[in-house]
Design a protein around this ligand. Structure first.
Ligand SMILES: CC(C)(COP(=O)(O)OP(=O)(O)OC[C@H]1O[C@@H](n2cnc3c(N)ncnc32)[C@H](O)[C@@H]1OP(=O)(O)O)[C@@H](O)C(=O)NCCC(=O)NCCS
Length: 177
């Protein structure tokens, strides 16, 4: 059975292994290591999926600021998300998203942003952000890949602005889908 818990410092190598295996390259694992050290992304939620005492999935949520009309809104950016190939398509990714969003919303986060596959994240409760007046740090193509989720839709239309990237994610290439 898969369970979900906040990452411990001793999980780091297992977390990096999951990202390398899921993305089949080193870039996302290196980004995780950088984000964990990035003061501009704190406080951060680092969440693991664990099966038989082994880390099989991981997601990071960084704190981000919203520049514009709602600078004090509590916002998070979900990236990156990875599931060990042997455990994909079994609800682990969905479970990480649900547990992470619930923890954040319970502690006052108002918006969680993600850049990624519109079909997958659409099924996980994320709606297109740009029509709501919530911009990414760079122009996104296709626009529907930039998405947002809130505890309730009531905040949409009230909170507006442009997400300011954490320093570790500032390079434009991270914002191409
Ligand atoms: C994307 C990822 C996190 C999904 O995690 P998962 O545990 O496999 O996904 P879930 O079990 O929660 O959901 C499975 C459903 O999502 C869809 N899905 C899974 N991976 C998908 C992908 N890469 N693109 C689009 N849809 C995807 C499928 O429709 C699947 O349903 P199905 O099995 O009925 O076809 C995982 O496949 C992964 O680590 N991929 C490589 C890294 C990556 O692309 N990360 C996301 C970008 S940051």
């Amino acid at each position: 059975m898969t369970t979900f818990r906040e990452a411990l410092p001793t999980d780091l190598q297992d977390i990096l292994r999951v990202h390398r295996a899921a993305f089949q390259r080193a870039e996302e694992a290196e980004l995780v290591a950088e984000l964990l050290q990035d003061p501009s992304a704190q406080p951060m939620l680092s969440l693991c999926a664990v099966d038989a005492d082994r880390v099989v999935g991981h997601v990071l949520f960084s704190t981000v600021r919203l520049q514009g009309d709602s600078p004090s809104a509590a916002c998070a950016l979900m990236a990156p998300l990875a599931v060990q190939p042997s455990h994909q398509r079994a609800g682990v990714g969905r479970g990480l998203i649900e547990h992470g969003c619930r923890l954040l919303f319970d502690h006052g986060t108002e918006l969680v942003f993600v850049l990624g596959d519109p079909a997958y994240y659409g099924r996980c409760g994320f709606v297109p952000a740009i029509p709501l007046g919530l911009q990414a740090p760079y122009a996104i193509e296709p626009e529907e890949a930039w998405r947002v989720r809130a505890p309730s839709a009531e905040r949409f239309g009230i909170l507006r602005g442009t997400v300011e990237s954490p320093r570790a994610l500032a390079a434009e290439h991270y914002w191409r889908e």
